[in-house]
Design a protein around this ligand. Structure first.
Ligand SMILES: Nc1nc2c(ncn2[C@@H]2O[C@H](COP(=O)(O)OP(=O)(O)OP(=O)(O)O)[C@@H](O)[C@H]2O)c(=O)[nH]1
Length: 440
């Protein structure tokens, strides 16, 4: 889930910070540079103006000395005006010495001139040589530089320096910002957007910066690094998905095996249960099953006051049968008799069990004495129809059954064994009254 704040415009971008830092540096640099260059310009101006004053001095010292010696006032005035009119001159003062007289001072200064102590000035002792070998001291010339001119020149210089430096700084900052934005910020934003869009499904989408592939710099390293991490992550995820897929397949296979084994086990358990409750030779219920069912049916019959009949069946002269036909044939005979009994008593709730040897018991819920006798007769008839040969029998050529029948008397009986005992007694009577019959 992409972070919703991740792609918000940065409130303090790298480019802006870089520009602010550059401008700050340029401002500092400009101040220092302007200071230094101004000092040099001032010194330069002073030197220039000194040399200009020296030049004026050279031009006028001779003619001024001559005019003083010759007392040519007009020439003196004119020359003083010329000196004072020169641009670098702020004030000119001429002290004239004449023998026996007070020194005369002529001063000329420009209207806007202001003379300061720092202003360059020039002092020249004027001499005249009226004839060879004689030197007469005729006066002193003092020229002071024009401070206003000095300042104006300096102002122009400083203005030039300032404008140049500021323009330079602005251009430099703009260039740096443009370059940084063009070569770094745009790509960093592109990388940020790419990373923000990344998800397990988009890991295979490579990061591609919109610039010449030949470029080899830190951004190329970053691009390669991001793609490398994506490749590794995608491989890892593929492997993980494969593991999960294999694991799921193994789990399914295991579940199928467990299901199959559970089904086999429950089938085996069911089979075991059936075996534990059935007679292995005939497949009928065994004594254990019969004991369970008989109690339930007895209670149900008592509770619902429904009739309940029990048949005790015994094959006649079975020992003789075994002796004559052999034990294996005896077993086959038992199975045949069991089949006939099973078919004869196949209604819901009716239970046929082999209690042991050649003795069978039949539970007949819902049947009274007459009905039970009728179905018992039908079973002996079915056996007769099957006509299993029994040459050793004293009552028939075929295998026959003696059946004892008893029905529930709820007034006299409070336990199933009483009913069973009555059926046994009836069987005894059937046996002793000639076999091959149903006795009550
Ligand atoms: N083949 C076979 N014979 C069995 C089996 N169980 C019991 N027997 C035989 O069944 C015979 C039962 O004989 P008896 O109890 O004397 O009764 P009977 O010979 O049928 O005589 P009555 O019942 O009086 O007619 C015995 O010989 C047992 O050996 C069995 O599972 N298979």
């Amino acid at each position: 889930m992409p972070d919703k704040h991740a792609l918000q415009k940065p409130n303090n971008s790298l480019g802006r910070r870089l520009v602010v830092a550059t401008l700050g540096f340029c401002l500092l640099f400009t101040c220092v540079t302007v200071g230094l260059r101004s000092w040099f310009a001032w010194q330069n101006n002073l030197a220039n103006i000194r040399s200009e004053l020296a030049l004026i001095d050279q031009v006028f010292q001779g003619t001024l000395s001559k005019a003083i010696w010759e007392m040519d006032t007009e020439s003196l005035e004119s020359q003083m005006e010329s000196v004072a009119g020169a641009t670098p001159v702020g004030r000119v003062s001429l002290r004239i010495f004449r023998a026996g007289r007070e020194a005369e001072v002529i001063v000329r200064s420009t209207a806007d001139s202001r003379v300061f102590e720092q202003s360059p000035s020039l002092r020249r002792e004027l001499t005249f040589s009226p004839y060879a070998g004689a030197v007469e001291h005729v006066g002193t010339l003092e020229i002071d530089a024009n401070q206003t001119v000095l300042r104006e020149r300096l102002y122009h210089e400083i203005t030039n320096i300032l404008v140049t430096q500021v323009v330079q700084s602005l251009l430099l900052a703009g260039l740096i910002m443009w370059m940084f934005n063009h070569s770094v910020t745009v790509h960093v934003q592109h990388i940020a957007r790419h990373l923000n869009r990344l998800s397990p499904d988009t890991l295979k989408a490579k990061l591609s910066l919109q610039r010449s592939p030949k470029r080899r710099d830190e951004l190329s390293l970053l691009e390669a690094g991001v793609n490398d991490v994506q490749d590794k992550l995608a491989d890892h995820l593929d492997r993980q998905r494969q593991y999960e897929h294999d694991l799921a397949a193994h789990r399914d296979h295991l579940a199928e095996l467990v299901d199959a084994r559970t089904a086999e086990l429950s089938e085996a358990n069911q089979r075991l249960e059936e075996l534990s409750r059935s007679d292995p030779l005939t497949g009928l219920a065994n004594r254990r099953e019969f004991d369970d069912v008989k109690e339930k049916e007895f209670r149900r019959a008592v509770r619902s006051e429904q009739p309940l009949a029990v048949l005790m069946c015994d094959i006649d002269f079975f020992k003789a049968y075994n002796d004559l036909y052999g034990h294996a044939q005896g077993d086959r005979c038992l199975r045949d008799v069991a089949d006939i009994l099973r078919q004869s008593f196949a209604r819901a709730g009716e239970v046929v069990a082999r209690l042991g040897g050649e003795e069978f018991a039949v539970l007949l819920p819902g049947l009274n004495l007459e009905e039970a006798a009728r179905v018992a007769e039908r079973a002996t008839s079915a056996l007769a129809e099957r006509a299993i040969p029994h040459s050793a029998s004293l009552v028939s050529d075929h295998v026959t059954l003696s059946i004892g029948l008893a029905t529930l008397d709820t007034k006299a009986m409070d336990h199933f064994d009483q009913l069973l005992s009555q059926a046994d007694q009836a069987l005894y009577r059937a046996k002793h009254s000639g076999r091959n019959r149903v006795a009550c």
